[in-house]
Design a protein around this ligand. Structure first.
Ligand code: ASP
Ligand code: MG
Length: 403
């Protein structure tokens, strides 16, 4: 007998038939004698539809009101799913983020979880009920509703698993696990049996859209046993855990992120403190900077280029232009027609030549690299967006074809 947290994403609960499919999976687990806590997302495209609805009224709606609106999507799902389980004849109760004590900070639309009370859930589990919790939402110290950022229901599930010391946190989705590359791009991408928290965290942050990266961060911190699997089949999914079997796979996956823009500051004076000025004004504006490259320019000047998320491009340009005098650059250039393609794997720490192999694949395909960045367990390159799918394919071939 275990305590299991199961999370079902929007595509798994999109209509009545799918809700009953999910209800069946849940009650099967319950019948085996387990305590079951379920977290669900909004149905299908509900969240996107709500965002569109808001834009019809006010393009600049406050984030507080956006959270008030978006949190309703999940509330629909929890009640409908509870009704489906009632109909199957099992004891069940649905609860909102507020009712389960999901306490967050006040960063509306991107709130972080501070603490989970979970008292109410324990009480309901003691009564042998299946507990259905609304994902993605929490409550701040003003008793206002917050949301955890797009895809945040994964994080709700892991936070509950950690607070309840659950034996397992299963993330059910429309794919049957974590793959070596996006199967829509690479036909022979393979499903991974296991992936470490660190690798998964990199993959999630570098554009693999399987898990909310905060959920992986939290799973690592509280050592939550996590698995990613399909709502529509019984096949084993991918386990996300601390240590994974030593295997010959140097690289675990190839990820792509198109949500990248590049900014270049040209003709900066070559004196100490310039990089400090550039990146501190950006930091004050809450702009996250990713890959940074400094190079020598003409006549004792230097150039600094860096990448930001596409949605931050305009604000970053505005901040830099506002500080043009103070920073002292000649020209500013930018483009959003770039993509970041990355390889991830803890095996590369002790194995030279992994980056070279990646660059060789790109060279053979005639794809030009604009920027490079590396860490212990990843290598990322910035390339033209139009080359990005081809890049993922040739890199994947290079590492996985003869395995
Ligand atoms: N419904 C929210 C979204 O679409 C949260 C989630 O699905 O995890 O982003
Ligand atoms: Mg998701």
């Amino acid at each position: 007998m275990s305590l299991i947290v199961q999370k079902f994403g929007g595509s798994s609960v999109a209509d009545a038939e799918k809700l009953f499919n999910v209800a069946g999976r849940i009650t099967d687990t319950y019948k085996e004698g387990n305590s079951v806590v379920v977290v669900v997302s909004a149905q299908g495209d509900t969240t996107d539809d709500l965002i569109e609805k808001a834009a019809e009224i006010n393009e600049n709606a406050s984030k507080r009101e956006m959270d008030m609106l978006l949190s309703t999507g999940e509330q629909i799902t929890i009640s409908l799913l509870a009704m489906a389980i009632e109909k199957l004849g099992y004891p069940v109760i649905s609860l909102t983020g507020w009712q389960v004590g999901m306490k967050t900070d006040s960063h509306y639309s991107e709130a972080r979880i501070h603490k989970v009370d979970a008292e109410r859930i324990r009480m309901e589990l003691d009564k042998k009920r299946i507990v259905i919790v609304a994902g993605f939402q929490g409550i701040n110290k003003y008793d206002d509703i917050t949301t955890l950022g797009r895809g945040g229901s994964d994080t709700t599930a892991v936070a509950l698993a950690a607070a309840l010391k659950a034996d397992l946190c299963e993330i059910y989705t429309d794919v049957d696990g974590v793959y070596t590359a996006d199967p829509r791009i690479v036909k022979d991408a393979r499903k991974l049996e296991e992936v470490s928290y660190d690798e998964m965290l990199e993959l999630a942050s570098l554009g693999a859209n399987v898990l909310h990266n905060r959920s992986v961060e939290m799973a690592k911190k509280y050592n939550v046993n996590m698995s990613v699997r399909s709502s529509f089949s019984k096949v084993e999914g991918t386990k996300v855990m601390e240590v994974v079997k030593m295997e010959k796979m140097l690289v675990k996956g190839v990820a792509r992120d198109n949500d990248v823009a590049r900014i270049a500051l040209v003709g900066l004076v070559d004196t100490p403190g310039i990089a400090f000025k550039v990146f501190s004004v950006l930091a004050k504006g809450n702009i996250n900077v990713d890959i940074i490259l400094q190079s020598i320019g003409r006549d004792n000047t230097k150039d600094i280029s860096f990448t930001v998320a596409e949605k931050h491009l305009e604000k970053a340009l505005e901040i830099l232009n506002d500080n043009k005098e103070a920073i002292g650059f000649a020209e500013i250039k930018h483009t959003d027609n770039v993509s970041k393609v990355s390889i991830v794997g803890s095996g590369m720490v002790n194995n030279p030549g992994v980056a070279a192999t990646m660059f060789e694949a790109l060279f053979e395909a005639g794809i030009n690299i604009k920027m490079i960045s590396t860490s212990e367990i990843k290598v990322s390159v910035l390339i033209d967006e139009k080359d990005s799918e081809r890049a993922v394919s040739v890199i994947h071939d290079k590492f996985f074809k003869n395995m």
